[in-house]
Ligand binder design. Structure first.
Ligand SMILES: [Zn+2]
Ligand SMILES: [Zn+2]
Length: 187
């Protein structure tokens, strides 16, 4: 979805709201499992600023950081953004710093690329260490069996208690490494 911002940029106090229902593409290796639904409001504050406010929700498929199994998780996110209106009516993201130049992708002439805005915001909202369930038991560090599906019978050298925490840290690192490796392979 693209929105023509020229009328909003011209008229102080003008406000519009939009209902969103958009599918995002598969870029970034994220598997979106549903459309993004929500609403977006844009208001000309009268100080050469367009204030955007949005509330969106969707469903995404992520890989569990412990057991590496894919699972679905609902994501809902609220965000605000400000666009500065230049003297000639041209628009840019007001706080470019937080976007690391990504603002260029959002605005083209008078057009706001809503899907790109929502996509960038949702990527920030994804959990950094997603778990398929809070008590996920992860993989056996010896044989790689998914311990949620039953015990593999491997003997753990150390007693569970004192090293339980350390084992989890190790498994987490292993999972993160595996994830990076598998991502690279895809590209
Ligand atoms: Zn898991
Ligand atoms: Zn095992």
């Amino acid at each position: 979805m693209r929105i023509d911002l020229s009328a909003l940029a011209r008229q102080a106090g003008r406000a519009e709201s939009y209902a969103l229902e958009e599918w995002l593409g598969p870029e970034d290796g994220v598997e979106w499992k549903g459309p993004v639904r929500g609403d977006l409001g844009i208001r000309n504050t009268g100080t050469n600023v367009l204030a955007l406010r949005a509330r969106v929700q969707t469903c995404v498929c992520l890989e569990c950081a412990r057991c590496l199994e894919p699972f679905r998780i609902p994501i809902s996110h609220q965000f605000e953004e400000k666009l500065a209106i230049g003297a000639g009516g041209q628009l840019r993201v007001a706080d470019e710093e937080t976007w690391e130049g990504a603002g260029d992708l959002l605005i083209e002439d008078k057009w706001l690329d809503v899907n790109e805005l929502v996509r960038q915001q949702l990527l920030l909202a994804l959990p950094t260490r997603p778990l398929c369930r809070p008590q996920c038991r992860g993989l056996c560090p010896k044989c790689g069996t998914n311990l949620n599906q039953g015990d593999c019978g491997c003997r753990r050298e150390a007693p569970e208690r004192p090293l339980g925490r350390l084992g989890e840290v190790w498994a987490g690192r292993h999972a993160a490494g595996h994830k990076r490796a598998s991502k690279r392979k895809v590209k």
